[in-house]
Write a protein that binds this ligand. Sequence first.
Ligand SMILES: Cc1cc2nc3c(=O)[nH]c(=O)nc-3n(C[C@H](O)[C@H](O)[C@H](O)COP(=O)(O)OP(=O)(O)OC[C@H]3O[C@@H](n4cnc5c(N)ncnc54)[C@H](O)[C@@H]3O)c2cc1C
Length: 408
Amino acid sequence: MKKETKKKLVVVGNGMVTGRFLDELQAVKHIPYDITVISAEPYGSYNRIMLSSVLSGGSNIDSIVQKTPKWYSDHQIMLHHGEAVTHIDGANRTVTTDKQAVIHYDHLVLAMGSRSSTISAANQDIENIFPFRSIADTNQMLEAAKKANNAIIVGGGFLGLEAAWGLAQHGVEVTVIHRGSYILNRQLDRAAATMLQGKLETKGVRFVLDDEIARFNGQTRLEDAVLKSGKTIKTDMAIIATGITPNAELGWEAGLAGDKAIKVDALMQTNNAHISAIGECIEFEGQTFGLVDPLWRHAKVLADRLCSTNKPYPSFENTPIASKLKISGINLYSAGVMNAPDGARELIINDPASNVYRKLIIQNEQLIGIVLFGDVRSGPWYFERMIERSSIQQLMPDLIFGEEFLAA
Ligand SMILES: Cc1cc2nc3c(=O)[nH]c(=O)nc-3n(C[C@H](O)[C@H](O)[C@H](O)COP(=O)(O)OP(=O)(O)OC[C@H]3O[C@@H](n4cnc5c(N)ncnc54)[C@H](O)[C@@H]3O)c2cc1C
């Protein structure tokens, strides 16, 4: 019997969104493509989220690998691992890799993720200053932590706090340097952030707020960091966790549109009909992404469009996301706005003695913001009320006491 000739689907990047996209494709009865995945990292796809747990010693690398190279061959997917795409030729529909392979595509999917954002501090070329993004970064940090007494974490967002907690588990004295006047300033309000900081301080993490690194000092290896305030902090290692920058340049060089990342429409289609993009390297309606929940929907939308003949295809909708911190013993949950805009009202329970804080923000009878610290049991229930945008009037005045109280 004559072998079916399928179109060639090439995926650049093999991170979390690609893993999910491949799973979505496997769920389709007949995949109309031969698939090639090109991965700069030298492994199958892994659960990047769990790198925080690997750093703290709660997990090991083997346990976070989700697809081994064998999985790809078992599913007739060609995997080029440890190989990066360096050029896209949109006219001839080829990609070129750093190993000089030229690979033809009928359809190209860009899933190149992000990299850690850099900071402007002077003298960053010395040893023991790390980004926190990959298995390689985490292994290097773990190695450095064995010899380190002190560490600096630059950035008091989720990633920075998880890194701080992770290193503290190795007996390293950790100081978080944060530019804002309170930590997690995008996910919490000041009151909840102050409680969180207090809790982390009891676990040995120190904080310097309203400050930034001006320069790092050291001959070959990091010795100290000088802050913009003039303060000097002795340190053996530093982790830069100030945010992420989408890996969009390869797409832009190939003529793809986008200001912050690669611009796509609600079907994950770029301005080139033969190129789609998903994950953290995309921009949708001016917004970029940094958490996996919307990425799963990118993967599903694209798999449906590429494999289904049923139109109209389901499209991507950008909905609010809830945030949680992955530090054992610390419970926080937040979603929506953190501070009441004009015309909105706030319901608050603040009990510093029991380390419990709860704030709900309500506008036009709708829940538009949730900040929970300490007791987060009602988080998902509040989140559902927020997403469904229904009137919460009939749940007043007891809404602030949570699902359990209202159900009793
Ligand atoms: C330590 C840590 C903890 C996190 N915790 C959470 C969490 O608790 N909750 C949450 O929702 N999110 C979390 N995130 C964010 C989450 O991991 C990302 O949203 C997700 O990994 C993005 O998936 P992606 O596939 O778009 O990008 P990535 O997973 O970064 O994968 C992109 C891949 O593409 C490769 N690549 C780039 N350019 C090329 C090229 N030219 N050629 C070939 N390959 C290329 C990269 O090397 C990389 O392997 C965390 C991230 C980190 C680093």
